[in-house]
Design a protein around this ligand. Structure first.
Ligand code: C2E
Ligand code: CA
Ligand code: CA
Length: 522
């Protein structure tokens, strides 16, 4: 501005000089010659000053423009950084909050749109396998793959391995009508298949899966914010269902969330009041048909919601830090109950993955055994495979301590984790529990029966016994006996029952008041 005025001033000087020259030309007659030459000099001087000033001002304007251009570029770069993820170059969460609502409203407000929230399965494992830079490469490749999948869609990276896709429902688009369940499912399937295709990272073929949550406008919300919230809620349900799951938002999901929040609020009081108690499911010697022990399974009966699944409240207790207190309480009670059973009847107790991180776990268990008087040889500690992968060294030390004190250690849910065989080679167990997914349909499914047979052979090679979980039918029992499985557990023998019924079961060989179960004798 300042330079513009300056240039204008010099232009005015130049014009004034030209004007003065013209006037003086007219008055030339009769003027003194000396005066003429002086005035000409002044006019030429003024003209030169004007032109130089004009050139100077013009140059300054050009500089200013250039500077402004640089500033605009820097600002747009800063803007890009604010609204994009540096690694994948995709828009980020802030973009979704601040910019996307207007863009989506203009582009898809009239035609409708779907929001797909998705999260990679096993990305943590990828980072462990190919390192963080390998993980970064996968995310970059994935962003490219996704952009090609639906070029018109808005793709946002929400967090480490969480993404969101906003797709308008158009005839040319994959999302022709996201509120049609068939099309929505097809869209989610396509997305899951796309993400399941292996990625070539550092010469290795790396596979991930994905869980998808879908919601659509206007069915599930009128503001983008709400539609996104519903998609993320649907995703959280899909993640609970397991790998490569797809869930479309339903109003019940909100009710489920409200229920979960209510349960989480009540959990602290329930632990403090001792409302969560152990029930006992019989463990049976398959050859003799006798009860050799009970597995303690936590039960919580609430006035409002009835029995809550232990899988739910145990996970909640882990995340809220209540798990140690709860487990100690349950173990103390279970040991007291077991003191009423005959001495040859054992007690199996589940240890949550979180608790394995507690260096004092062994000491806590010994203290409870001391308090209650239960012989360590009667106690079996069940540890799931997934719990052991977190810190194998710590787990190994813990297992050594427990076994050293005479407590048996059982590898639970065998075959469902990542590294069953690796764990068997590094850690020492007294027993393997074959997960019930291998037992259901065992008689008809040749693959399952081969897996069970091999597991039994493997365990026997290692000098340890096996328990088959989830035996529901006589035919399964017969088959498992043929395969050489030593112990069994399942609804065929009885569900988990309260302590007095467990005792009755031991005394009479039948559990009164439970679901129909096979008669077992102690
Ligand atoms: P788990 O350790 O694998 O326990 C066996 C689960 O299988 C129990 O479910 C049991 O009721 C169920 N089950 C037993 N027989 C059958 C059958 O024939 N058919 C079918 N379909 N299911 C059968 P539950 O009681 O719901 O427990 C689920 C999981 O929650 C347990 O799996 C365990 O991981 C965890 N859990 C239960 N109680 C405790 C506890 O006190 N502490 C810890 N840390 N975890 C616990
Ligand atoms: Ca168990
Ligand atoms: Ca199990």
């Amino acid at each position: 501005m300042r330079y513009g005025l300056l240039a204008g001033f010099f232009v005015c000087v130049a014009f004034a000089a030209i004007w003065a020259a013209g006037v003086l030309k007219l008055l030339q007659v009769g003027w003194h010659a000396q005066l003429h030459s002086n005035i000409d000099g002044i006019i030429i001087g003024a003209l030169l000053v004007g032109c130089a000033g004009y050139a100077f001002g013009f140059r300054k304007i050009l500089d200013l423009r250039r500077e402004q251009g640089r500033r605009t570029l820097a600002e747009s770069k800063a803007d890009w950084i604010t609204y994009h993820d540096f690694l994948t170059r995709l828009p980020n969460r802030r973009f979704l909050k601040e910019k996307a609502p207007d863009i989506v409203e203009t582009a898809f407000g009239k035609i409708g749109y779907g929001v797909l929230a998705f999260d990679l399965d096993g990305f943590k494992k990828v980072n462990e396998t190919v390192g963080p830079d390998g993980g970064d490469t996968l995310l970059i490749d994935l962003a490219g793959r996704l952009s090609a999948f639906m070029p018109e869609a808005i793709l946002v990276r929400l967090g480490s391995d969480e993404f969101l896709l906003i797709a308008g429902c158009t005839a040319t688009n994959r999302c022709q009508n996201c509120s049609d369940p068939e099309q929505a499912r097809k869209l989610a399937e396509d997305l899951i298949n796309l993400l399941n295709r292996p990625f070539d990272i550092k010469g290795m073929q790396i596979s991930v899966g994905a869980c998808v949550g879908l919601s659509s406008y206007p069915e599930h919300g009128l503001r983008l914010k709400d539609v996104v919230k519903q998609a993320i809620l649907a995703l959280s349900v899909a993640k609970r269902q397991g790998r490569n799951s797809f869930v479309e938002f339903q109003p019940e999901i909100n009710e489920d969330l409200a229920r979960r929040t209510r349960i989480e609020r009540q959990l602290r009081d329930a632990v403090a009041n001792g409302d969560i108690v152990p029930f006992y499911q019989p463990l049976v010697d398959l050859k003799r048909g006798t009860i050799v022990g009970f597995e303690a399974l936590a039960r919580w009966n609430t006035p409002e919601d009835g029995f809550i699944s232990p899988e739910l409240f145990i996970r909640m207790a882990e995340t809220t830090g209540l798990i140690s207190e709860l487990s100690e309480q349950l173990l103390r009670q279970a040991c007291r109950d077991a003191m009423d059973w005959p001495k040859q009847v054992g007690l199996a107790f589940n240890i949550s993955p979180r608790m394995l991180e507690d260096r004092y776990l062994g000491l806590k268990i010994f203290k409870i055994l001391g308090e209650t008087g239960l012989n360590p040889h009667r106690l079996e500690i069940e540890i799931t495979e997934s719990a052991l992968v977190r810190d194998t060294e710590l787990a190994a030390a813990m297992i050594r301590d427990l076994r050293g004190a005479g407590i048996r250690v059982v590898l639970d849910d065998f075959g469902t984790g990542y590294s069953s065989l690796a764990q068997l080679s590094v850690l020492t167990f007294d027993k393997i529990k074959i997960d019930r997914i291998f037992v259901s349909g065992l008689e008809q499914d040749e693959k399952k029966s081969k897996i069970v047979r091999t597991t039994v052979a493997l365990a026997s090679g290692l000098g340890i016994s096996t328990t088959a979980e989830g035996i529901e039918q006589e035919s399964q029992l017969d088959y498992l006996k043929q395969l050489g499985c030593s112990f069994g557990q399942g609804y065929l023998f009885g569900k988990a029952v309260p302590p007095e019924q467990a005792l009755a079961l031991l005394n009479t060989g039948s559990a009164s008041g439970t679901e129909p179960s096979r008669q077992v004798s102690a």
